[in-house]
Design a protein around this ligand. Structure first.
Ligand code: GLA
Length: 385
């Protein structure tokens, strides 16, 4: 039985009626453009073939009854009184999204829902954004309300910022809501303009989960964000036109970098150089220069490791092993960092050899069995049944 049929059947069994809809939203892998989105910069993610599914049907009252097949837990709340909880914390994503939908004026109906996901949690592949976007689509469908996808992404981001407390940018929710099969999405996070970019011919995207996770990611993340804001505040003294690090050029930083505390300067150096790399990477893709794209991925990793300091020994190791493996054009950590996964671009004909070598070498060095997945660029979220 496929997963859509499985959530439908679990719904029917639990609620003794058929589901009305199944909402699906994918996780993502970011190809390049890391920690740039909350600096109003550029990103290039793609949706992956891992997703969150929600089978749902409207209720006649205003209760929300959620059953998670992954956690084997049921959580219930009323749309009239939405509070954050410390038990069944996965349900906070649903509560946060319901609250934002109501704040946006959508007349929500209560729902019964069964949830199931296969985006690895905490791996930097945006399981949370997938969950938020799938939730928004489930509520919209059961309440017979419409909302355009950019608004869905913004609303899901607000839920995460306000309710979950992670001050994330827009990238993850945006790509989950608007991804296109076979393409990466180049997004300008300042004005949210975006365009699909085809992946290089005869290559595959390979995700390597290091199987390491770090707690307190959101506090380290929020701290980076504050350091970027501090850089902007100081640079505004000499560059009044600067609104975000997006507006600072490498030349500006060379000229005025001494005004910044050393750590803040390093953080800014990453963001400013990463924005330039994304633009170069998009050009490389559009000109069919896969090797150049790979080189930019490598440079992105070095910058995240040395200047932004969000990598980890396991991520660095996996990236090194990937670069030594057959067919690798480039490799880097992906997502917020501090553990989680890497992304590599690999020549199609050498993918099996690549996967075997990286998996074997990583396990031999760490004793951890990594999960290495070859993924195509998937479509964005939708109602699938
Ligand atoms: C997390 C956030 C994104 C982005 C990345 C880092 O995934 O949710 O908004 O900032 O980290 O690029």
């Amino acid at each position: 039985m496929d997963r859509v049929a499985a959530v439908r059947s679990a719904f029917a069994e639990r609620f003794r009626r058929p589901a009305e809809h199944v909402a699906r939203a994918p996780g993502r892998v970011n190809l390049i453009g890391e920690h740039t989105d909350y600096n109003e910069g550029f990103v290039l993610p793609m949706a992956i073939e891992r997703d969150v599914l929600i089978a749902c049907a409207a209720r006649t009252d205003r209760d929300v009854v959620l059953h998670s097949l992954d956690f084997h837990e049921t959580a219930t709340f009323s749309l009239g009184k939405i509070e954050r909880v410390t038990q069944h914390t996965w349900s906070n994503y649903v509560r946060g999204v319901a609250r934002e939908l109501q704040a946006a004026g959508v007349a929500l109906r209560g729902i019964d829902a069964v949830l199931q996901g296969n985006v690895p949690i905490g791996a930097g592949l945006s399981s949370s954004a997938a969950f938020e976007v799938a939730t928004a689509l489930a509520f919209l469908a059961t309440s017979q309300a419409e909302m355009d996808r950019v608004q869905v992404a913004l609303l899901a981001q607000r839920a995460e910022n306000r309710f979950v407390g992670m001050q994330c940018g827009i990238m993850d929710q945006f790509i989950s809501a608007l991804g296109q099969a076979g393409h990466a999405l180049f997004i300008d996070t300042r004005d949210l303009s975006h365009r699909p970019v085809p992946l290089p011919a005869a290559t595959r995207v390979v995700i390597g989960d290091t199987m390491t996770r770090r707690g307190l990611v959101s506090s380290a993340y929020n701290e980076r964000r504050r350091q970027c804001e501090e850089a902007v505040r100081i640079l505004q003294g000499v560059l009044p036109g600067v609104r975000a690090l997006r507006d600072v050029t490498p030349e500006d930083l060379a000229r005025y970098g001494d005004l910044l505390p050393p750590l803040v300067r390093k953080r800014a150096a990453h963001v400013v150089s990463e924005d330039a790399r994304v633009l170069a990477a998009v050009r490389a893709l559009e000109e069919g220069q896969a090797a150049e794209f790979g080189r930019l991925m490598d440079a992105s990793h070095a910058s995240l490791r040395d200047d932004y300091e969000v990598s980890s020994p396991q991520l660095d190791l996996m990236v090194e092993l990937a670069r030594q493996a057959p067919g690798c054009l480039g490799a880097r950590m992906t997502g917020a960092g501090f553990g989680g996964a890497t992304v590599s671009l690999v020549r199609e004909g050498e993918v099996s050899a690549f996967v075997a070598q990286v998996a074997g070498a990583y396990e031999a060095r760490t004793g951890l069995k990594p999960e290495i997945t070859v993924t195509a660029a998937a479509a964005g979220a939708g109602i699938v049944a």
